[in-house]
Design a protein around this ligand. Structure first.
Ligand code: PXP
Length: 241
């Protein structure tokens, strides 16, 4: 059954805009789990623009499902991950000026630091995945590192002009097929919304979708419970068709 990871970073984004103690991303995570989230995803960025160190440690204590912490390759961030011991770490690229994670991690360019980080996290019994573009060469490199899980970046699919959507969908499908042939567990995410998620959720072989911005946005009008329930309904229905 396809799983839904709810990314609660944007609850913290609103809080950090005023440095208040509300809205609380922990409460959002609890409510998302109650509504059927299979895991909670959060990104401790080097610039701490949303999630703070305290959130990570507090979340670790209260989550009932799984905690998936997105981390850059920065030594400081990886050390925090080793202390917090999330179930999973997803390695992502970071760039100060980006609005959000704009592309997958370049596995070939960062091969040796990825190897070191994977070894360190694995020795702390943390599952590691790499956020990666739907690119066969990158996936092949990830498989060579001996990593067991990848998350395919669906941003290009999500942002594609109508004339390009099918091409981008095809790239994701090919990438999933190739990754499975290499024995990898495949997750996907970025930019997925209530309108565009069905085609991605329908791809056999994708085990988890990580979705944040669209769910937190819908929560403003519908509440987080209903927003999570509705996203889960759509992805389960897509898979069962
Ligand atoms: N997966 C990864 C690795 C991400 O970095 C993000 C964004 O933080 C997401 C999924 C969720 O993306 P969105 O907020 O666009 O749904």
């Amino acid at each position: 059954m396809i799983k839904l990871g709810v990314n609660i970073d944007h609850v913290a984004t609103i809080r950090q805009q005023r440095y208040t103690d509300y809205p609380d991303p922990l409460l959002a995570a609890i409510k998302a789990e109650e509504a059927g989230a299979d895991l909670i995803t959060l990104h401790l960025r080097e610039d701490r623009r949303h999630i703070q160190d305290n959130d990570v440690f507090a979340m670790r204590k209260i989550l009932k499902t799984r905690m998936n912490l997105e981390c850059s390759l920065s030594v400081d961030i990886i050390n925090i991950a080793c202390k917090a011991k999330p179930d999973d770490v997803c390695l992502v690229p970071e760039n100060r000026s980006e609005l959000t994670t704009e592309g997958g991690l370049d596995v070939i360019k960062h091969m040796s630091s990825i190897r070191n980080v994977v070894d360190l996290l694995s020795s702390n019994e943390i599952n590691v995945s790499i956020f990666i573009d739907p690119d066969i060469v990158q996936i092949e490199a990830a498989a060579k590192i001996g990593i067991g899980i990848i998350e395919i970046h669906t941003g290009k699919y999500s942002d594609a002009a109508p004339s390009q959507i099918n091409n981008e969908l095809f790239r994701v499908k090919e990438a999933v097929g190739f990754a499975k042939s290499q024995g990898l567990k495949v997750n996907a995410g970025h930019g997925l919304s209530y309108d565009n998620v069905t085609s991605i959720a329908s791809i056999d072989g994708i085990e988890e979708l990580n979705i944040g911005h669209s769910i937190i946005s819908r929560s403003i009008f519908d509440g987080i419970h209903n927003a999570v329930v509705e996203m889960k309904r759509i992805i389960l229905e897509a898979r069962n068709k």
